[in-house]
Design a protein around this ligand. Structure first.
Ligand code: SF4
Ligand code: SF4
Length: 332
């Protein structure tokens, strides 16, 4: 630039003027931040895990970070020797090429590679609650000064976490929305109480849990015929209104099947299953309002290799529902 920019000086920095401003030095990261478009509401840094390595899905997407388009390699990613670093850099570069090609034609990158849909915001009804901007695991939604969401579509991985977060239900995709899954739940037949057939709805993460369920089916494992399975993009995309609607229709229990969360998480969207579990704590308010037992809604962690556990998981939930009895809203 013709004129060297000045920015507020970091605390304790030498060379600050009386107004607390300091000249930008070439190696300060200031120019890189501008050139790379790193204006994230959470800051330009790569979110990291416990030991300072970038937060990534260590099994399925080891090069990815929570900043779409930025890939890490070598010792930035994890400790490794020099020979391995060369291979690792090649892998990360390949990922970067894939990302450039996909986003240039409007497609999502991993894990929903090739998805052409974007979250759409009906901003007229937005209450500026900031839930979507805070919960997006990839920093794809910034805010303006009035807290209106500002989506960055090329950063978006189409997980639907924002859709699950929005209390106004104004975020949707052309091929995935709150009414779409809501109508699937409404279309499920609920047997009358005297038929003595419980009805359970399982919302299943399509990434791992649904594949495990599929494997259980291929292996002809016996699963209760009273359960209806609905795949979802991520448990983080589950909007609590689906649970409230299902229970108020007389469905006896809701099972949420998603990836492991915590330090060794396996959620393909980093925070989706953890967010779903956190949101479930708020379901108790809905259950209290409907005077229903909290046991009717359960979250279970299912890995892709856990298919042998699925019949038992479902059987145990069926036993719980049998103990709490039929949903009193049946037939209303
Ligand atoms: S779909 Fe996922 S990645 Fe895209 S804006 Fe919503 S929360 Fe962020
Ligand atoms: S979660 Fe919904 S209501 Fe809240 S800021 Fe985002 S779009 Fe607006």
């Amino acid at each position: 630039p013709d004129e060297i920019p000045r920015i507020p000086a970091p605390e304790g920095a030498e060379g600050a003027d009386e107004e607390g401003m300091i000249e930008v030095t070439p190696d300060s990261g200031f120019y890189a931040t501008k050139a790379l478009g790193l204006e994230y509401r959470q800051g330009p840094e790569l979110p990291t895990l416990k030991y300072g390595f970038p937060d990534s899905h260590f099994i399925c997407f080891p090069y990815e970070t929570r900043r779409t388009g930025i890939y890490t390699a070598g010792c930035v990613r994890r400790p490794m020797e020099t020979a391995k670093v060369i291979d690792d850099a090649t892998g990360a570069a390949m990922k970067a090429i894939q990302c450039t090609e996909a986003t240039s034609v409007g497609m999502a990158v991993h894990p929903r590679s090739g998805d052409m849909s974007y979250p759409e915001f009906n901003t007229q009804r937005c209450t500026q609650c900031k839930r979507c901007t805070e919960e997006c695991p990839f920093g794809a939604i910034n805010e303006d000064e009035k807290a209106n969401p500002l989506p960055n579509p090329t950063r978006c991985r189409r997980c639907g976490v924002c859709m699950g977060a929005c209390p106004e239900r104004i975020i949707s995709f052309k091929n995935y929305s709150v009414p779409m899954i809501g109508n699937m739940i409404k279309a499920i037949e609920v047997p009358e109480e005297d038929e003595e057939k419980p009805r359970i709805v399982a919302l299943v993460c399509e990434n791992d849990a649904y594949a495990a369920l599929d494997m259980a089916g291929i292996r002809r494992m016996q699963i209760s015929p009273y359960v209806r399975f609905i795949p979802v993009r991520c448990l983080g995309s589950v909007n609590l209104v689906w649970i409230a609607d299902a229970l108020s229709r007389g469905i006896d229990g809701i099972l949420l099947m998603g990836c492991r969360y915590g330090d060794d998480y396996q959620c393909h969207f980093i925070k989706g299953s953890e967010l779903a579990n956190t949101r479930l704590t708020k379901v108790s308010e809905t259950l209290d309002r409907l005077a229903l037992e909290s046991d009717r809604v359960k979250f279970v962690e299912v890995g892709i290799t856990d298919y042998e556990k699925i019949p038992k998981i479902i059987e145990e939930f069926m036993e719980t529902i049998e103990e709490v009895g039929p949903n009193p809203y049946k037939g209303w």
